[in-house]
Design a protein around this ligand. Sequence first.
Ligand code: GLN
Length: 549
Amino acid sequence: MPTKYIFITGGVVSSLGKGLAAASIGRLMEARGFGVTLQKLDPYLNVDPGTMSPYQHGEVYVTEDGVETDLDLGHYERFTSSVSTRDHNFTSGRIYEQVIAKERRGDYLGGTVQVIPHVTDEIKQSIRKISKGADIQIVEIGGTVGDIESLPFLEAIRQFRLEVGRTDAVFVHLTLVPYIGASGELKTKPTQHSVRDLRAIGIQPDVLMCRTDRFIPKEIKKKIALFCNVPEEAVITAKDVETIYEVPLVLAREGLDAILLKLLDLPYRDKNMDDWVRMVEKIKSPAGGDVAIGIVGKYVTYEDSYKSLNEALCHGGIANDVRVKLRWIEADNMTDGQLQEAIAPCHGILVPGGFGIRGVAGMLEAIRHARERKIPFFGICLGLQCAVIEFARNVCGLEGANSSEFEPNTAHPVIDLLPEQHGVVDMGGSMRLGAYPCVLKPGSRAQVAYDADVVGERHRHRYEVNPEYHAVLQEHGMVFSGMSPDGRLVEIIELADHPYFVAGQFHPELTSRPGPSHPLFREFVGAALARRRGVAAAGVPAAPAVVTG
Ligand code: GLN
């Protein structure tokens, strides 16, 4: 069977949830037994999102093969079993880079190089690059219809449809149908305008997904269908939901998957979403109540910078049948008193990844509290590095221990670049990116949690635990429970005399799924729950007396 294509565009405003719509369609198609692959085409000119600010662009999602990509790829991997690679995310910058490289090589034989056909051909080739073996390929076009920079992508998918034929490609357009309180009405005009823009460039959408806060009544659907030239059954309500994992269920109820199958001339198969339904029920009303996790980080005011982390904690909650309530604690500019106050109601403390010194002092303090007061702690990447610095200073007595990222001339560079990394000046050039194997120490907390001897985890960092300090850290009780196969790089640390003090040099949040949750998140949330129960049972305040060591 040739690969079938579903192209998803967005109109009216950004942030309507195109990525989630794509991921949800993927989930529904998989539930009907089709193999899916998902791709994101981003109109901006950056070659990849790796150097973009987390404040502007949200999290940088790292693939198995070590590419820094758009955070929507995280949704794709969390909702479906498709694994993303370098070719699952193209930006205009990368497309142009490829076209210009060909021009420089003389591939165009001296012809005039133009957006049409050269850039559009490159886009079409990039789409086809990942089609092999997939029953259905879902391609999300970033940006909003009407943006100048989206035009080459829209033109390319218009041509693509013409080449493959009507039943092998469909256009799904996501728009907004706002409810205007003053008149008590749902408004269809923005959708009409958006579809008109799309049709002006030659794309007639087959399906309209209308984002609203309520179900769209039949007569409004009829009106949208008439004005936008689509059948009424293809006007789908994309209603706001309590949890993102509910999106596929709501869309299925509206008949989205059935109409897509019909348009793509695919055989109708029963779908099985039973496990997913149960999982959503658990998220919405967990039997075990709430657990509070404090996230002490740098980009906490902008939640999109920690998208996968958010989700991984939710998954840890599902595994323990609790709702994880996040308390974002801005590590910068906090007095110790303020920090203690912020931490006091938390059943667990997490220090996530990050770059630069801002907020590190607060993270170190938070870790000290967690270690001394036996509050469950989970460190991720920078969180591991801070845990090592804190331990070196306060347990090993290495005064002024630091990372050379924060203090190049520190007396004790417990976190440092490896000798071979020195001299690499290109930003990102010296970065350890993508999946690396990690050998687990038998009987350690990590090994028991994973129930495996070797695991693969995704990295995105430059600095490492300095091998010269491995011995002193271990002598003072730090356990290296995960190491690179050559024993040179520390991948996981933990403390034995603590309910849960674990940190990883990698990003476990990138591989966590709603079912099954990443083992380290499952265990961390489990430990936080145990603390809450212990605290509740004993009727003592959240922060018990200081226990040192
Ligand atoms: N800044 C640290 C490094 O480059 C940690 C990076 C991270 O947390 N992703 O090694």
